[in-house]
Design a protein around this ligand. Structure first.
Ligand code: UD1
Length: 361
């Protein structure tokens, strides 16, 4: 073999940065063997959704920025493919690594696969069994065309085997997003306050693109703000939908914030009495931190956070939000543990796999 192996990592959205940063850092640490290249599609582009994470996670400027921006699914996916293809032709990497389940993930995997470049999927095998979620389509298809499937929970292997993926392609490495949390932990500080508070994030189209659901969610939050402070960093999609639906909540304890950086957000979560969310990654971060999490969705692709961790699936039921303060007490008493491999060393195991493999095909 001649020279270090070039590995292109593609990121696009806020949650991708935490999953990929430790892997790129580990590849760089083994610079005699690997040449990491980072491509940012620009699916997320606001400073608060992108730049702050690059800085805080010490990722630095990406080597290539595709500037695809927002758009309907087809257009956004196509734009990533159109702009990534010539770059991959030029770079001729041995492997393209993609994390998670966003449009940039599928677009990059598909572009690489069609160029006969091997693909590695970080966070493979998660399934919500709900194909109305864009992320579920992205997961299913990315896993079908990936040569290396890096999983972080046991049911992911069963899901992949059931879909015909070969056992030898599946690597149980653990959770690279938790690597980031472990690495940053000494810099994550809970705010100084005596009042218990609930952290809220809601951004899924199924919830926030539906004005009735959105209104009901804020009515619920206003009602619990009488019992505890409610701190809600609002995703741009949610902010836009609130404006369109004329939702202007106001209750003394309810604070709508701008999107937060990694350290501020995890700081807030680490000091929270509980978290209400429809996010994927936050179900995992709360499980690691031992904070009760209430997921406002009908399904979760992360059942291990319910079975072992601190997560409770409420359903897509904004009418259940007023129950949350009462449920927090019960949740705190339930035994919970952290899944295997969520230990700060997952990226090392990813790169161990890549080091051992003689070829990536
Ligand atoms: C995307 C992912 C979702 C992930 C989420 C994390 C897909 C299909 N969805 O959803 O899985 O949980 O990221 O945040 O890939 N916008 C801005 N500034 C930005 C980015 C977006 O204002 O930097 C606004 C735009 O109005 C845009 C909307 O947010 O149209 C939605 O952005 P988009 O990337 O399409 O989807 P997300 O809802 O962010």
């Amino acid at each position: 073999m001649s020279g270090p192996r070039r590995v292109v990592s593609v990121v696009g959205t806020r949650p991708n940065f935490m999953k990929t940063a430790p892997v790129v850092a580990e590849l760089a640490r083994r610079g005699d063997l690997f040449e990491p290249v980072l491509v940012h599609t620009g699916q997320h582009y606001d400073d608060a959704m992108s730049q702050i994470f690059l800085e805080e996670l010490a990722i630095g400027a990406p080597d290539h920025f595709l500037d695809v921006g927002s758009g309907p699914h087809g257009a956004q996916t196509a734009r990533v493919m159109e702009r990534l293809e010539p770059l991959l032709v030029e770079l001729e990497p041995e492997l393209v690594l993609v994390p998670g389940d966003v449009n940039s993930t599928l677009a990059a995997a598909l572009t690489a696969a069609k160029l006969n470049i091997s693909v590695g999927h970080i966070e493979a095998g998660l399934r919500s069994w709900d194909r109305t979620m864009p992320e579920e389509i992205n997961r299913l298809l990315t896993d079908q065309i990936s040569d290396h499937l890096f999983i972080h929970s046991p049911e992911a292997r069963d899901n992949l085997l059931r879909e015909g993926r070969p056992d030898a392609a599946i690597h149980a490495v653990g959770n690279t997003m938790i690597d980031t949390l472990v690495a940053m932990r000494s810099r994550i500080e809970a705010p100084a306050t005596d009042r218990p508070y609930l952290v809220v994030t809601l951004h899924r189209p199924a919830l926030v693109d539906d004005p009735e659901q959105l209104r009901a969610a804020f009515a619920g939050l206003e009602s619990i703000a009488a019992d505890m402070d409610v701190l809600f960093p609002v995703h741009p999609r949610t902010r836009a939908n609130m404006a369109a639906a004329g939702v202007e909540p106001s209750a003394p304890g309810l604070q709508l914030l701008d999107p937060l950086g990694y350290l501020d957000f995890l700081g807030l979560v680490s000091g929270a009495a509980g978290v209400l969310t429809d996010s994927g990654g936050i179900q995992e971060e709360t499980t690691f931190l031992g904070i009760p999490c209430f997921t406002l969705r009908d399904t979760t692709e992360r059942p291990v956070t319910v079975e072992m961790g601190t997560n409770t699936l409420l359903g897509r039921r904004p009418d259940r939000i007023p129950e949350v303060p009462g449920l927090i007490e019960e949740a705190r008493e339930r035994p919970a543990s952290v899944p295997e491999g969520w230990d700060g060393h997952a990226a090392e195991r990813v790169v161990d796999v890549l080091t051992r493999a003689e070829t990536y095909a």
